[in-house]
Design a protein around this ligand. Structure first.
Ligand code: ADP
Length: 258
């Protein structure tokens, strides 16, 4: 990726119809990338043109979850996004080997994000989802600077402490005037496959609390479920399956987005 290229994409044009949504969480490991990939697939199944930017530049996991194979093609010096399950996607993970550590400071990360926005042949998109790194670091600030018209969607577990941390992201959104479009509570409960008992392993209510505090919808409460983890490891998002209960929850969240 050379830095001297003209902007090829109109995605950053505030007049563009593309809804750009950063999927954010207060901390890592809450399922933000899993949600990003599945929500993207669900939006595509509803007939929307969807792109995904893996803005978690050094913690990339979108290629594995979406099952992206090989490298993106370069066409006249610009990157063509890869396609999987009806979704277009670009990730640093497709440009380096899976075990390669991307050891960059803030300015390099910002440059990469800028190139993913400007130097990728996105075409016309209805939705562009960004899998953000956790927290309120450099990339979150860059995203706001590059795309002030972007929205945020918060992913949290039900733990009070997780939702307090997620609220920091919401506070940042307040400062930058970005609109939070909703909250998704992940790992909300676990249904024992043997006895059917429901256990709230990570506590209860964190998603609802933060949604109420922000006056935004709680778009989904997703269970802690082995199939969601396995589908992510295998590159077969549940949202792509026809009759999956968790896949349906992603479709409902996607429908509620507009
Ligand atoms: P983050 O992007 O917030 O760091 P990931 O989406 O990478 O989180 O998820 C972290 C790990 O937890 C992954 O292995 C993923 O498959 C798993 N995971 C996420 N959500 C669930 C869930 N609801 N049930 C089971 N495993 C999950």
């Amino acid at each position: 990726l050379s830095g001297r290229r003209q902007a090829r994409s109109s995605i950053l044009d505030p007049a563009s119809n593309t809804q750009i949504i950063g999927i954010s969480s207060g901390k890592g490991g809450v399922g933000k990338s899993t949600v990003t990939a599945n929500l993207a697939v669900a939006l595509a199944r509803l007939g929307h043109r969807v792109g995904v930017i893996d803005a978690d530049i050094y913690g990339f996991s979108i290629p594995r979850i979406l099952g992206l194979k090989g490298r993106p093609m370069v066409i006249e010096g610009a990157l063509a996004p890869q396609t999987a399950h009806g979704v277009q996607a670009i990730s640093m993970g497709s440009l380096v080997d899976e075990e390669t550590a991307v050891i960059w400071r803030g300015p390099m990360l910002m440059k990469a994000l800028e190139q993913f926005l400007k130097d990728v042949l996105w075409g016309d998109l209805d939705y562009l989802l960004l899998d953000m790194p956790p927290g309120t670091g450099d990339i979150a600030i860059s995203m706001y600077q590059l795309i002030p018209q972007s929205y945020l969607l918060l992913v949290t577990t039900p733990q009070p402490v997780a939702s307090v941390v997620a609220r920091r992201v919401a506070k940042m959104a307040e400062k930058t005037n970005q609109t939070v479009v909703g909250v998704i509570e992940n790992m909300a409960y676990f249904i024992c496959p043997h006895c059917g008992h429901t256990e709230e392993i990570f506590g209860r209510g964190g998603g609802q609390q933060i949604a109420e505090a922000l006056g935004v919808p709680l778009l989904a409460r997703l269970p802690l479920d082995r199939s969601l983890r396995e589908s992510g490891d295998e590159g077969q998002p549940l949202a792509a399956l026809k009759d999956d209960r968790i896949g349906q929850a992603f479709l409902e969240a996607a429908r509620a987005l507009h």
